[in-house]
Write a protein of this length. Structure first.
Length: 568
């Protein structure tokens, strides 16, 4: 910003204020003055050489706006004047004044019944308290902000005019507030006082993380009702006492783990920052896909040292039947099964599953009696995609285990999928065709013979099963892929079971050779049909069997297969 250019802007702002002074008082005039003050405040932050005159001009303009709102008895607009003026004082580190103005903003929002403003000022209060190190006060304010946001969610989804906020911006804001509250709760937990029950803070942090995960999935699939059918939320520790649930928490200045062991929640602070972890995960993913090289191994071991090594003593102290990861950010793009302790892969020790959110998980054991299969696939090259010649044998082998219906090549269309799902209560839907998960749901599809089916469309077809007494038990996508380094694409993959209304999903992070997919998937179904074998154990056994074949021992072949959501 050149000084001469900024002088021109200040002259224009003065002319704008003079023009507004000649206008009759109105709500539009008040908001025009607020916007003028915001420009002054923005100029103030942009200058390296502090210009106190800009702060004075901003305050003066806010006061003019305040006079207009008082003349109109407009409490809603006054709330925005007080709140934005408070931000100016916050940026100047004048926290006492900022808190008082924010209090007045919240009071005006309450008087005018404006929750869409009130959440902003409770959030702002929390932010100011946090900057002063007052964590308890900050946490109370953040809790209020989240409650305020919940109160306007339905109005935003329905487009209620009094709430000027889109669903997208609502989800973005809710994610940010939830993430900041998790950070504060974990900071507070590290300041444990004598006889204080820190686990309650950790539980609240975990539950807030769960809310954050739901917002992320809604944002990806552009569906604010994504979890509407998931009304029964069962305690995981009661359903699966031997599962260890691992939440990596990626914060701006550190990485932590929240881990649930048999009903007890513990936290671990990792000796690595977010940037270093992200870079390591990206290199690991890239090198893991090179099946002719083992250069991935040092990265697999480093990630193991960060994510698993801190838990080893606790893992050895209790019986563990599954490790369930609720991954975040770049960790969504890597297969945890391929982490290496220096002697063996993680999958050699434990079955591994992932879930985008525990509260969106329906933890029920697999239903074997009366299981019905719908198998769909494409062997021929279509729409510019290569053929998958092993798919016919794959579908035949699976059908021999479960029976059911098969739709192959030109029999597999969007309409035939929809029709088949309507007429028969299938428990397993297996799709052996190319699939791609992009960074946006609009760039995500499964390949039918004559068209590309969006995941939202597949979700509509399969989603009817959500409202049955028995939802779809498993959906398998045996030839899908996500882009390297695209954690939003991996988020879409992780959410595929939720979007499809299925209890669980088996899918691949990247495309694997056709014969590899055939061998692993058929073995998975064979194991799954065995009494007492969980979904996670079935995948573990299939991966280990493939690994023992010399030509497929490299994890680039077996690691991309992920079990998603229900692992029982």
């Amino acid at each position: 910003w050149r000084a001469g250019y900024s002088d021109q802007i200040k002259q224009l702002l003065e002319r704008a204020k003079q023009h507004l002074d000649n206008c009759e008082d109105s709500t539009a005039k008040a908001y025009a003055l607020i916007n003028t003050a915001l420009i002054y405040a923005d100029l103030r932050t942009r200058f390296q050489k502090q210009d106190q005159e800009l702060s004075f001009a901003a305050v003066n303009t806010y006061n003019r706006a305040l006079a207009v709102t008082k003349n109109l008895n407009d409490q809603r607009t006054a709330s925005y004047v007080y709140g934005n003026m408070a931000k100016l004082y916050e940026n100047e580190k004048q926290y006492r004044e900022a808190l008082e103005l924010t209090r007045q903003a919240a009071f005006s929002a309450q008087r005018s019944n404006a929750p869409e403003a009130l959440y902003q000022w409770n959030w702002q209060n929390g932010r100011i308290f946090a900057k002063q190190g007052q964590l308890d006060a900050a946490i109370r304010s953040y809790r209020l902000a989240i409650l305020d946001l919940k109160s306007i969610r339905n109005e935003i989804s329905s487009g209620y005019a009094a709430v000027p906020c889109s669903s997208s911006s609502y989800r973005t804001t809710a994610k940010k507030i939830s993430s900041e509250l998790v950070d504060l709760l974990l900071q507070r937990a590290s300041r444990k006082q004598p006889d204080e029950d820190i686990e309650q803070l950790l539980i609240e942090a975990r539950d807030t993380l769960e809310i954050l995960k739901v917002y992320e999935l809604r944002e990806y699939f552009k569906d604010d009702c994504l979890d509407a059918a998931r009304s029964v939320k069962k305690k995981i520790d009661v359903i699966s006492k031997r599962a260890v649930i691992i939440y990596p928490v990626l914060l701006p200045d550190r990485v932590e783990l929240l881990v649930s062991f048999a009903g007890k929640l513990k936290r671990y602070t990792l000796p690595v920052g977010v940037d270093e972890l992200s870079q390591e995960a990206l290199i690991f993913r890239k090198t893991l896909m090179k099946r002719t090289s083992w250069e991935f191994l040092p990265h697999a071991q480093k990630l193991y040292d960060w994510l698993i090594r801190p838990l080893e003593n606790d893992l050895q102290a209790i019986p563990v039947d599954t490790l369930v990861f609720v991954p975040d950010g770049p960790l969504r793009s890597i297969p945890m099964s391929a982490l290496h302790d220096g002697k063996q892969f993680l999958i050699n020790r434990y079955p591994v599953a992932i879930t985008p959110s525990l509260i969106l998980t329906d933890p029920q054991p697999v239903k074997r009696d009366g299981a019905r299969l719908l198998a769909l696939g494409i062997t021929e090259p279509v729409q510019g995609f290569p053929g998958l010649p092993y798919v016919a044998d794959e579908l035949k082998a699976i059908r021999e285990i479960y029976g059911g219906e098969t739709l192959l090549n030109d029999q597999f269309s969007g309409s035939s999928l929809a029709e088949s799902l309507k007429k028969e209560p299938y428990s397993i839907v297996h799709i052996a065709s190319h699939g791609h998960f992009g960074n946006d749901v609009d760039n995500t599809f499964l390949l039918a013979f004559d068209e590309k089916l969006t995941m939202n469309r597949v979700g509509q077809y399969v989603g009817l099963y959500r409202f049955r007494e028995e939802p779809l038990d498993l959906i398998t996508l045996s030839a899908c892929e996500t882009a390297v380094g695209d954690d939003r694409a991996a988020l879409g993959l992780a959410g595929v079971a939720v979007r499809a209304g299925a209890r669980s999903a088996l899918a691949t992070l990247w495309h694997v050779n056709d014969p590899v997919s055939y061998e692993l998937v058929v073995e998975f179904y064979q194991q799954l049909s065995s009494p007492g074998c969980s979904r996670a154990v079935a995948l573990q056994r299939a991966q280990i069997k493939l690994m023992k074949q010399e030509q497929y021992e490299h994890p680039g072949y077996w690691a991309p297969f992920l079990l998603i959501n229900n692992w029982l």
